[in-house]
Design a protein around this ligand. Structure first.
Ligand code: UT7
Length: 315
């Protein structure tokens, strides 16, 4: 099997910033509680922009950094739970906006906050069977559209954003060796859809999801390390789904990961669901902390329930 590496990464977030003090004007909360319990200080919410704008902005930035043109793309996957429309998919809208070739698969994928990793793995499989070698993988969500504004336990958590990766597939590169999992469970995290009478807003039992995360991430991490035959010491950077700094810090402590080898951007963006991992990758790449030659272990988890991990490299 041929493997993929990231050739270019880009991001787009909406301009409008919502502070913790802004949240305190909507629900009974305060900056101190939100900061200490989650690490979040701001989140960016769409006002004038929409989901397609974020996807297009992130994709254009990634194409430019990769020095790849839209006609070279062999498949496009958008991981999301908040596309503008059920049909056409966000990926089909991108085909139009970016003028991607018409003879390639473009589709959306729903694995909630684990979506970007599910999409990377799916892209690796697709490119193995494609005559074209580049793929466009996007994680994008506009969770501000599905927030329950009367639930202080969830509404303070979420932000909007998109991260895009241009990946390249080559015979001589190793597979990202993704470890993915799913367990159907609508009891602790759910967004109702077509056919249910409930409002289509996020419903989450935070403490139970927190417990799921701290149990699942290490198991998934161990599986990725075993699959690649490496130890945590041999990993250059760890990128975790950004749901809560307490979750990230607990995992880092468990594996004795030094501060300079992991990163959080929750203070600025909050939890951006499928966009969370590519947003981190994009910021780290821009800061020169990751790039060619570095091994990046990434782990995500979220609704479904879903989880996943992979060892990512840049070309
Ligand atoms: O990306 C998808 C995956 N999602 C996650 O991974 C989320 C994981 N869960 C979490 O991050 C945390 O569970 C939360 C941040 C959502 C909640 O933190 P917690 O420490 O689990 O708090 P809690 O829900 O147990 O609530 C503790 C107290 C409660 O008050 P009482 O019953 O002790 O009086 C809540 O009513 O904090 C109260 N509370 C708040 N207080 C002020 C809950 N939300 C707020 C708030 N401001 N926004």
């Amino acid at each position: 099997m041929k493997g993929i590496k990231i050739r270019g990464i880009g991001r787009q977030v909406p301009n409008h910033i919502v502070t913790n003090d802004d949240m305190a004007r909507i629900v009974d909360t305060n900056d101190e509680w939100i900061t200490t319990r989650t690490g979040i200080r701001h989140r960016h919410h769409c006002t004038v922009e929409n989901h397609t704008d974020l996807c297009v902005g992130a994709a254009r930035a990634a194409l430019e950094r990769a020095n790849v043109t839209p006609d070279q793309i062999g498949a496009c996957i958008v991981a999301t739970v908040t596309a503008e429309n059920q049909v056409p998919s966000a990926a089909c809208m991108l085909q139009r906006e970016l003028e991607l070739p018409e003879d390639i698969p473009c589709f959306d994928l729903n694995a909630a906050c684990t979506g970007f990793l599910f999409a990377l793995h799916t892209m690796e499989c697709l490119l193995n069977a494609s005559p074209r070698k580049y793929g466009l993988v996007i994680g994008a969500d506009v969770l501000s559209r599905i927030i329950n504004w009367s639930d202080r336990g969830t509404c303070i958590l979420f932000g909007d954003g998109a991260g895009a990766a241009i990946v390249e597939c080559r015979e001589e590169w190793p597979s990202i060796g993704a470890v993915l999992g799913a367990r159907g469970d609508d009891s602790i995290l759910q967004v109702p859809g077509i056919g249910t009478p409930a409002e289509p807003v996020v419903r989450m039992e935070g403490t139970k999801v927190f417990k799921f995360a701290v149990e699942t991430v290490p198991r998934c991490m161990d599986q990725v390390l075993a699959r690649h035959g490496i130890t945590p010491m041999e990993v250059d950077f760890f990128v975790f789904h950004q749901a809560n700094t307490r979750i990230v810090d607990l995992i880092a402590k468990k594996y004795a990961i030094p501060q300079e080898k992991y990163y959080t951007n929750l203070d600025e963006y909050g939890n951006t669901s499928a966009a969370s991992i590519p947003l981190v990758l994009s910021e780290l790449e821009e800061q020169g902390k990751i790039g060619p030659g570095k091994r990046i272990l990434t782990v995500g988890f979220g609704g479904g329930l879903t989880w996943g991990g992979a060892l990512i490299q840049f070309a």
